[in-house]
Design a protein around this ligand. Structure first.
Ligand SMILES: Cc1cc2nc3c(=O)[nH]c(=O)nc-3n(C[C@H](O)[C@H](O)[C@H](O)COP(=O)(O)O)c2cc1C
Length: 297
């Protein structure tokens, strides 16, 4: 029996994200148990950028619920991720978890390449902005194997299934989870499959999923993309991911090599500006951080 983990990025109980995950589970042909994580139920603190999890303990020093989430991910055979569009992107739920992603490295063997499908739910047709890209990027960065990620529409809780076509979409997504990757229509990045691009001034293009650069040419009336694989790729393969980890570990030696000049650079900015603090925390301004009331010149 497969263990499916539904990762839900919406705080709304029985909202479109939740019922979509449950419907996909209903449509899955393989026998499975469905476990659910509503990300907002968990206390996931913002990453402090201390790199402790990489250099010291292989575990984050923040005391919160991260390990429960990672454990649930490690226990799963596959993921269904669904998150709502807020202001043309996915709400902060996926990013809050992703920002703690350096901690995933210690669990890489248990997380690598799990099949996954993603759904970005938006309330207004065509107003999903970059939501799909966010879900694709999330799946890539948690080391999952994205089989198909789609945008589906529905505003009011439940509305996603006022449209019968979305039941069909749930069926197709369910079939993709343990099947072959969904076919891409139109040009896509030959390395990562991404289909969102930035057109640069120098006629180069950049894939917004893997961040690699290349060129777009029109041959016999159809667009073809040539993307150069960079030598610092993010998670295209387990090898790449481990290479990136090694690169991060190498930053420690680099830091010590440049420590003196880095300190000189940062210290020059130390006393500039006045920090505004939240109520009750005004006294936390350290003496040396006290600024010059924003005066310049
Ligand atoms: C704060 C907020 C911002 C939203 N911004 C967008 C938006 O930019 N584009 C859009 O299509 N829908 C937007 N929506 C609508 C939601 O994406 C939509 O209601 C969706 O069904 C929510 O999923 P849920 O029912 O699982 O919570 C927004 C909703 C909220 C609460």
């Amino acid at each position: 029996m497969k263990k499916i983990l539904g990762i839900i990025g919406s705080p709304r109980r029985l909202g479109n994200c939740e019922i979509m995950v449950k419907e996909i589970s209903n449509q899955l042909a393989v026998s499975h148990e469905l476990n659910l994580l509503r990300l907002q139920d968990f206390n996931i603190l913002p990453c402090r950028g201390c790199y402790h999890c990489l250099f010291k303990t292989e575990q984050c020093i923040l005391e919160d619920d991260l390990n429960t989430v990672i454990q649930a991910m490690a226990d799963a055979d596959a993921y269904i991720v669904s998150a709502p569009t807020y202001f043309l992107g996915i709400n902060a739920s996926l990013k809050m978890l992703l920002d703690r992603g350096l901690s995933f490295y210690a669990h890489m063997d248990n997380l690598w390449s799990k099949p996954a499908i993603g759904v970005a739910i938006a309330g207004i047709e065509g107003k999903e902005g970059y939501s799909r890209l966010v879900v694709q990027s999330f799946l890539k960065m948690i080391f999952a194997d994205d089989k198909d990620t789609r945008v589906l529409y529905g505003a009011l809780p439940g509305e996603v299934f006022l449209n019968e076509k979305n039941k069909q979409a749930a069926f197709e997504l369910a079939s993709a989870l343990f099947g072959p990757k969904a076919e891409t229509f139109g040009p896509s990045c030959p390395h990562c499959g991404g289909d969102t691009f930035r057109f640069m001034a120098d006629q180069r293009i950049q894939c917004m999923l893997c961040s690699d650069y290349g060129a777009a040419t029109i041959e016999s009336g159809s667009l073809s993309l040539n993307i150069d694989k960079s030598d610092h790729d993010f998670f295209s393969s387990k090898e790449d991911a481990l290479k990136h980890k090694e690169w991060l570990l190498g930053m420690k030696a680099r830091f010590f090599r440049h420590k003196k000049s880095l300190k000189e650079i940062t210290q020059a900015y130390r006393k500039q500006g006045t920090w505004i603090k939240p109520p009750g925390k005004e006294r936390e301004n350290r003496k040396e951080d006290k600024g010059t009331a924003g005066e310049h010149g």
